[in-house]
Design a protein around this ligand. Sequence first.
Ligand code: ADP
Ligand code: MG
Ligand code: ZN
Length: 414
Amino acid sequence: AEDPKRRVLKDVFGFDDFRPGQASVMETLLAGGHVLAVMPTGAGKSLCYQVPALVLGGLTIVVSPLVALMQDQVAALRLAGVAADTINSSLDREANVAAWRRVAAGQTRLLYLAPERLMTERMLEALARLDISLIAIDEAHCISQWGPAFRREYEELSRLSGIFPEVPIIALTATADEATRTDIAARLFAGRVESLVLGFDRPNIKLGIEAKQNSKRQLLDFVQRHPGRSGIVYCLSRKKTEEMAAFLEQNGVTALAYHAGMSKDAREANQNAFMTLSGVVMVATIAFGMGIDKPDVAYVFHTDMPGSLEAYYQEIGRAGRDGRKAEAHMLYGLGDIRMRRLFIDDEDASAEHKRRAHRRLDTLIGYCETAQCRRQVLLGYFGEEAPPCGNCDNCLDQVPRADGGAEARIILAA
Ligand code: ADP
Ligand code: MG
Ligand code: ZN
C-alpha cells in the first residue's frame, strides 16, 4: 500500500520528496504524539501539519499570530484545492459567519485562528462539538516568557492540552534555545513531548573525517586554519581536554578546558569566557554543550569518536547556528573503536542494553567508513532522503575510491 502522506504530498502539493525532518514529524503526529519542531526558516514547517491534516481528515486548528500570515496560508491552500478557512478581525461579519458555517458543517480541513480568538469560551465550546484531529501552533516561541517575542495571548494556549486531551499538538518554531524548548513543552504539552525535531539538515556545516595519526598535531593544524574563530573540541577523557588545551595555548591559541571534574566556579568561568569572547577554543568532554547556544561557533572538532550517531549529530549541531560556513571534523582510528567497545562491555548494564549499544556503535562506524555522501548517510539514519550534499569530504573528494568499508566493518566488529 502506498504511504498516504506521500500521496498527499504529491497529489495536493505537487512535491516528490519530503524535506529533512518533515516525514518524521508527520509520522509522530499521525501516531497521535505531540511534536515540537524546531526547524530553520524556509525548512517547510507548514507542510508538517498541513499534510497530516489532510491524511487525518476532520478539522485541524492552526494558531498563528499574524492575520496577514493566516490570509496568505489560506489563500495558498485554496489554490491547491484544500478546504481552508480563517476567522479573523480583518474579515467582515458575513465572511466570518460563512466561514464558521463551513467549519460547523465539517467541510473545512484547516481553520486558521489567532490565539485570542481561539481561546474565547464561545469558540472553545463550539469547537468541542466538532471532530478535531490536530492542533498546530505556529511561532510557538511566542509562548515563552523568557523570549523576546513573548505574546500574552499565547499564554492562554497552555489550556489547550487540558481541553483537548486526545488531540495531538504540534508546536513549530525556527528559534528556540534549550530553555525555550523546555518552556514550550511544559506549557503546551504539560511537559510531554514525543518528538523533538531540530531541522536535521544543516547544509552550512561541512562534514569531514580524517584518519587519526597524531591528534595533537592534527588538531593544531585544523585550528590554525580557522584563526580567530570560536570552536569546540570534544575529547573522550578529562585528562585529554586539559592536555589538548595546554598544547593549543603553548602554540598561541586561546584555549580553555571544560569537564565535570573541574570545580563549578572554574567551569562557569570558562563557559562564560567562551560565550562572551570571540576566538576562544573550548576543549571539552561531552559535559559541555547543554544550553550552549552560541551562534558563531565555526567548528566542532572531535579528537575521538563520539558514542553514537545521535550524539555526533547533537554535538556538531552546535556549529554554524548563525548560518555561516562551519565545519564538523572528526579524527577516527582503530583505537577509538576498541575503546568504545570496551566502554560498552564494562558498563553495568543488561546484555540487551549492551547489544543495542554495540549496534549503535556499528552505525557510527558505518558513517565513518562510508565512501558515500556523509550527509546522505546521516540524514538517512534519521529517516530522511537527500541528494549528495557537495559539502562533505566524500562529495568534495573527486577521486573515486573503492569501498573498503564493508570489509573493515566485518574485521572490526569481530
Ligand atoms: P517555514 O515555515 O519552515 O519557514 P514554509 O512552510 O513556509 O517554511 O515553506 C517554505 C517553502 O518550502 C514553501 O514554498 C514550501 O512550499 C516549500 N516546501 C516545503 N516542503 C517542501 C517539500 N517537501 N518539497 C519542496 N518544497 C517544499
Ligand atoms: Mg512558517
Ligand atoms: Zn556530501
